[in-house]
Design a protein around this ligand. Structure first.
Ligand code: HEC
Length: 472
């Protein structure tokens, strides 16, 4: 039955796509025909109309796809396909998120690549500098203006959708990974016993609160005092890290910290940088004097974003490293690593400006090494007796297979998480290094310690692995 419904949904989607492609092609054909008669740029109104209808078609495709996904979700909810659907949603949205993120960060790194600009040779008065570059099979000549050219060109590319779409896709990903499955992925009863819905509320509310606090501080005179602003900003950020790690499970806490900084970055683009640029362009077009404060403000927010970049990127990859979020004081590691990578960024920024401040880089690296040092596992106790496989297997059957089995009995994980199953002795033996990492070193498994594993059991598993993990 479900198969038939899924098949019909697929057929509907295909038919719709074919109809839309046909529609687009006729629009394109008309457009080509027009171009033969009329010179390209005189035809702007027509062009805008065509782009408008393309946007319309694409928006419809997106809306239709989203409704189909929601329909499929309710169809497969509670069946074995639910996990599969979520995984694919995760893949698609994650790819989008990474791609938009690369475009955003790439553009901003490129646009602040001041050091590479030629500022002296044949540079016109109105320019800050220019750059010859070769990439993608062609030479590019780029000119950076001190502020703006005398007449603003008609076709001016705005770097903004990269930021908005990174944020939007990130927000969707937060839902797919953490909020749809909040009971398992967001809330940890051993940290704080809250309902999933309250957890989600706190998560989203914290982003808004963070932006309000940050924006308010940016409007005080403090913003001009570089070092104090940095210090107070850092303390507040650590406060957020501390808060998250005492409300959510550690992995979700990290991701919320990253999402919080990412939201501030996107809000900076939306509420400050783009409006300031719009005002600048408007002033240039109407010949009014420029308010230099606007540009300065936008520049400052850009600079803040620049420092947030590496901490956010760290959080985004931290998911792969349970030794970071799995550490007892996970917020401390988060704070130290954020400080270290922001320090590296600071060094790079100084270098771009031509200021060589040698100490910044080694100190940042020392800070990062300190994080590795603090979170190193403690010296394990001695293993006095030989541990048999039977003992280990009993523990794993009791504490792990409710999730990690071909047929999980867990209420949330209906498919074996990450494909890890412990149904047979071989399944257990082949992945002992991962078991060591997750169960003994970082203690991030069982997830949220849902099955109440004891320290004694962890020690037994460690001894068994250290003694060679034999099946005897
Ligand atoms: C309540 C469900 C649940 C229980 C119980 C559980 N796990 Fe997990 N496990 C998960 C989830 C969800 C993931 C994937 C997310 C993650 O890596 O944190 C996972 C991931 C893992 C991974 C990482 C796999 C990879 O590809 O890196 C290992 C190893 C693991 N679990 C081992 C164990 C062991 C050993 C136990 C028992 C001591 C256990 N788990 C108990 C839910 C559970």
């Amino acid at each position: 039955m479900t198969g038939i419904i899924l098949l019909s949904v697929l057929v509907i989607v295909l038919v719709m796509l074919i109809v839309m492609t046909y529609y687009l092609r006729t629009v394109q054909k008309n457009h080509d025909k027009d171009d033969e008669h009329i010179e390209c740029f005189k035809n702007d109104a027509k062009k805008e109309h065509i782009i408008g209808s393309q946007n319309f078609v694409y928006t419809s495709i997106v809306l239709i796809s989203v409704s189909i996904v929601i329909a499929i979700y309710f169809l497969v909810k509670g069946t074995t396909w639910e996990g599969h659907l979520m995984e694919w949603l995760n893949i698609v949205i994650r790819l989008m998120h990474i791609t938009f993120g690369i475009a955003w960060i790439g553009a901003s790194l490129f646009c602040v690549w001041e050091n590479a600009l030629n500022r002296t040779k044949d540079v016109r008065e109105e320019l800050a500098g220019n750059l010859w570059a070769i990439h993608g099979g062609g030479c590019h000549h780029l000119e950076k203006y001190k502020v703006a050219p005398k007449t603003i060109p008609k076709h001016l590319h705005w770097f903004k959708y990269e930021a908005y779409f990174t944020w939007l896709s990130g927000f969707c990903l937060l839902f797919v990974v953490y909020y749809f499955n909040a009971k398992a992925m967001l809330v940890d009863k051993n940290v704080l016993d809250i309902s999933p819905l309250i957890g989600i509320g706190i998560g989203i509310g914290s982003f808004i609160a963070a932006w309000i606090i940050y924006d308010l501080i940016c409007k005080t005179p403090l913003v001009k005092k570089g070092i104090w602003f940095t210090l107070i900003g850092f303390i507040i950020a650590v406060g957020f890290a501390y808060f998250y790690s005492h409300v959510f499970n550690s992995r979700a806490a990290y991701m919320h910290f990253g999402a919080m900084l990412g939201s501030i970055m996107a809000a900076n683009v939306f509420f400050v940088i783009i409006p300031a640029q719009k005002a600048m362009v408007k002033a240039a077009k109407t010949g009014q004097p420029l308010n230099p404060q606007l540009g300065k403000n936008a520049g400052l927010r850009s600079l803040h974003n620049n420092y947030f970049t590496l901490p956010v990127l760290f959080v985004m990859v931290s998911n792969h490293f349970p030794s970071t979020f799995g550490y007892e004081y996970s917020w401390l590691i988060l704070a130290v690593i954020s400080l270290g990578v922001a320090g590296v960024k600071h060094y790079l920024n100084l270098k771009e400006k031509g200021q060589l401040t040698v100490w910044v880089m080694p100190v940042s690296i020392l800070v990062l090494l300190a994080a590795a040092f603090i979170s190193a596992p403690q010296k394990p106790g001695a293993c006095n007796t030989e541990v048999s496989f039977k003992e280990v297997n009993d523990i794993i059957q009791q504490r792990c297979v409710s999730c990690h089995s071909s047929k999980p009995t867990d209420d949330v994980n209906t498919a074996p998480p990450n494909g890890i199953m412990y149904d047979t002795p071989e399944d257990i033996v082949k992945l002992t290094d991962k078991i060591m990492q997750r169960v003994v070193v970082t203690k991030t498994m069982p997830q949220n310690n849902k099955t109440n594993m004891t320290q004694k059991e962890r020690d037994l598993i460690r001894c068994w692995i250290e003694q060679g993990a034999s099946l005897k």
